[in-house]
Design a protein around this ligand. Structure first.
Ligand code: IPE
Ligand code: IPE
Ligand code: MG
Length: 251
């Protein structure tokens, strides 16, 4: 059994049991702007470093055998940001997708995209389609990237799709169950996150995976995303492993 130890600042050592990893970790990639501001840099510099941190953490998650990683990269609300910041994020996304197309087969990493992708430019849409086609042939770790994602928008989209199926006659309103509703979500077929990590110090969901996080364990840290490290991931996993998940029952 492989264990990783570290010394907590105040005393006892923590540990990760790699045989009891969560199946699915979701991360809100937050704090890029403040990371840059603290260094007197433009916010876009924070996004560039944040993209590197994402590569490092995603690769590490694959290496330790995580089944599902979901990252919140751009929300339905993030379009409100200055044009140059949005453009930089889209350029970084393009760069990442081009790189993924070259490497995902070798690394056996599947990519899936969650969100309203129709709002992306044609070039990004084509790259997403190419990543999806490659992913269909692969079996390894799945990385879900949430772009133009909003939890509320996802629920509305699911309700619309269900209503359309009702009108088409393939299903009846009274037949709807939680399991059937899940099939209409962007996350259809993906188990709910076990562990939700939010770096950046904010204590909110910011419209992320509202349905799916019903019983996720939260790990919130002040560490800003560009500074997030494998050690911080170990802390989050160890915290998760120390929790008692009762799902409303008594243990
Ligand atoms: C997260 O970092 C990245 C995106 C939302 C795209 P932020 O840009 O929100 O960074 P802060 O929260 O302003 O520091
Ligand atoms: C959440 O971060 C969205 C992403 C990380 C993509 P925000 O920075 O947009 O959230 P708020 O504005 O602090 O709630
Ligand atoms: Mg933020």
């Amino acid at each position: 059994m492989k264990l990783v130890f570290w010394k907590k600042s105040g005393g006892a050592a923590g540990q990760v049991d790699f045989n009891r990893l969560p199946r699915h970790i979701a991360i809100i990639l937050d704090g890029n702007g403040r990371w840059a501001k603290r260094r007197g840099l433009p916010r876009t510099a924070g996004h560039k470093v944040g993209a590197e941190t994402f590569r490092t953490i995603a690769t590490y998650c694959r290496d330790i055998g995580l089944e599902y990683l979901t990252v919140y990269a751009f929300s339905t609300e993030n379009w409100k940001r200055p044009k140059d910041e949005v453009e930089t994020i889209m350029v970084l996304l393009k760069r990442y997708l081009l790189e993924a197309i070259e490497t995902m087969e070798r690394d056996n990493v599947r990519l899936r995209f969650m969100g309203d992708l129709l709002a992306l430019n044609d070039e990004l849409k084509a790259l997403v389609a190419e990543c999806n086609a490659i992913s269909d042939r692969l079996t390894g770790c799945q990385c879900n990237i949430c772009i133009n994602y909003g939890g509320r928008a996802e629920l509305v989209h699911a309700a619309q799709s269900f209503a359309e199926d009702c009108i088409a006659g393939s299903v009846k309103p009274g037949d709807l169950t939680e399991d059937i509703f899940e099939k209409y979500l962007y996350s259809a077929g993906i188990p709910s996150p076990d562990l939700l990590i939010r770096p950046g110090g904010e204590l909110r969901l910011s419209n992320f995976l509202l349905w799916q996080c019903a019983y996720a364990e939260f790990y919130l840290t002040d560490v800003l995303w560009p500074d997030f490290s494998k050690e911080e991931l170990h802390k989050a996993i160890a915290a998760y492993q120390s929790r008692n998940r009762r799902y409303g029952a008594v243990t």
